[in-house]
Design a protein around this ligand. Sequence first.
Ligand code: RB5
Length: 164
Amino acid sequence: MTETAYCFKKLGLAADHVGLEFKALIGKSLQAMGFTIVDYGVAEKSESRVDYPDYASLLAAAVSTQEVEAGIAICGTGLGMAIVANKYPRVRAACIWDEYSCRMSRQHNNANVLCLGGRTLNSFRSVELTHLWLKTAFAGEQHTVRIEKIDKIEKNLLNPIRNR
Ligand code: RB5
């Protein structure tokens, strides 16, 4: 059990000025396959530099409130988008860079926001890895307990284990 049918149908996309081109490509590719896409910006015509926290926030809030099932966020490295998105409840954003990190982010971490680097991947790879991510299912089993611990940390219900 690794790759299955696509895991999500309604997706949010967000990018800063660096990720704008990949966002358009990924969006077109997904729309052509019948996904429902909500674009949280930055707008395609934007020519100026923007701040990634603004767009990561719009997307992460939508994932957090289940306005969309999952999200794809692109900035220069994907790192800034992930840092911001992970501030939001119920968001598990993962910055991936190859097939292995892509698969693991779904199988083990049940990531619901995919973060990609516009400066670390080429456009073909960004589309290819997006499809791989969307087709890779959460593995459950022992990983479910770990995700539940993340939920508890978020709710301040889990204290760090000391003296191990
Ligand atoms: C913008 O230059 C860059 O800092 C941004 O796209 C992103 O990589 C931040 O993490």
